[in-house]
Ligand binder design. Sequence first.
Ligand code: ATP
Length: 265
Amino acid sequence: MNPSEDLIQQCLVEGQVKFYEYTRFKDIELIGEGGYGKVYRAIFKDNEITVALKSFKGNHVSIKEIVNELKLHCRVDMHSNIIRLHGATKNEDKQNLSFTHYMFVLEYADSGTLRSYLRNNFKYLSWYDKINFALQIASAVKCLHVEGIIHRDLHSNNILVHQKNIKLTDFGLSRRLDEATNSNQKFGGVIAYIDPQGFEGSRRGNKIFKFNKKSDIYSIGILMWEISSGYPPFKDDSEPYQLASLIVDIKNGLRENHLYRLLAA
Ligand SMILES: Nc1ncnc2c1ncn2[C@@H]1O[C@H](COP(=O)(O)OP(=O)(O)OP(=O)(O)O)[C@@H](O)[C@H]1O
């Protein structure tokens, strides 16, 4: 075992995360790939339950970040709108090894990301459904905040849908509030959802801007706009925004306009 894997091992030994032998899974099939690694659907042989297995690419993510995500996830693993962390497994396939072969074993969400769900189902959603989504997102984020965690990366590709219910996921960028407010933040996340104060560079007046609970609330506001309009924010196919100019425009007060979108539809 390499020394950094000790950190994960420590989480397992301390009983914070349950370990499952890889051989207890079958029908493992790739279903998605994010910036940090691959996601597989698999069946847990003991009870035939479908789960998601999340692996991590080498160089893109440090073991420290994986352990951070594991520990934060454990602290909020009791909310029905937060994807459940069942445990961890270790892929012994030596051909397929990258940085680490540990994988998270997660609850499987059967309807994909909120972004794709809205794209495919928006016309079938009632206002009751949309308000329900908004309430469930707010409730999941409230749970994080009560535990002193800020998510920092809330957007419609980090929110999954299962049986018409919200499942918040991806704590890769999340931090405990005390850590987040005591450290210089690199900002992550998807531009349109990021608290515009984060674009002020590292300084705002004489103060260094720290992402905080209100930053998550801003992202929820953007998500509510998206749920009510059915469009991803600032996505205009006829005139796509350049990233740099979008940042400047948002800094200068640009916001999405719900009425305009409805009329344009
Ligand atoms: N628990 C899950 N159940 C079902 N599908 C999932 C689950 N977790 C992830 N996926 C699918 O796998 C894809 C990749 O997920 P992942 O969290 O690795 O990346 P991402 O959020 O898209 O990107 P990044 O990690 O760079 O922010 C998702 O877009 C989703 O379609």
